[in-house]
Ligand binder design. Structure first.
Ligand SMILES: C[S@@+](CC[C@H](N)C(=O)[O-])C[C@H]1O[C@@H](n2cnc3c(N)ncnc32)[C@H](O)[C@@H]1O
Length: 150
């Protein structure tokens, strides 16, 4: 199998990075705004931790290296779309973070993208715009709701 190198946006404490690494993927960098994530992220993973808002991230911050297939991975904050949230508030600035994920996909042109979130996101305009923009960029896009216990 060809080597896959990844960058994990909104990496948190590194759950996704850890799963990707267990699947044989070389995660180079994780990005999160919360400094409290740095210790658990780096203690449990060999990737570099960058503390920065994804909104302020440029393509030059995403060091995929020069060899292997590039995977852009991430899980934008789901609170605006979660069922725990009583009503979706379109003024919540976190909605915009998905647009920044797409902006970085457009700028870095990875071979693969994975974006995980809560099921309610699929009902939102911001998600349909995200899918359309990726398709317009030439990506093949598929999405589904899965039961993580499976
Ligand atoms: C659902 S969690 C991600 C969980 C992570 N994928 C894991 O497997 O552990 C979303 C993360 O987004 C981060 N976040 C929120 N706003 C951000 C921003 N503007 N830029 C970067 N990270 C941000 C939060 O600190 C939080 O850790």
């Amino acid at each position: 199998m060809q080597k896959i190198v990844a960058v994990d946006l909104f990496c948190g404490v590194g759950g996704l990075t850890n799963g990707l690494a267990k699947a044989g993927i070389d995660v180079r960098v994780g990005v999160d705004i919360d400094p409290a994530c740095k210790y658990p992220y780096t203690a449990n993973n060999s990737a570099k931790f960058v503390q920065k808002s994804v909104a302020d991230l440029g393509p030059e911050d995403l060091s995929f290296g020069t060899s292997g297939l590039k995977l852009l991975a991430g899980c934008a904050p789901c609170q605006p779309f979660s069922t725990y949230q009583q009503k979706a508030d379109s003024s919540d600035r976190r909605w915009n973070l998905l647009n920044h994920f797409e902006r970085l996909a457009e700028a870095t042109k990875p071979d693969l993208i994975t974006m995980e979130n809560v099921p309610n996101l699929a009902k939102q305009k911001v998600f349909h715009r995200f899918v359309k923009k990726l398709k317009d960029e030439g990506f093949q896009v598929s999405h589904e709701i899965v039961d993580c216990s499976d």
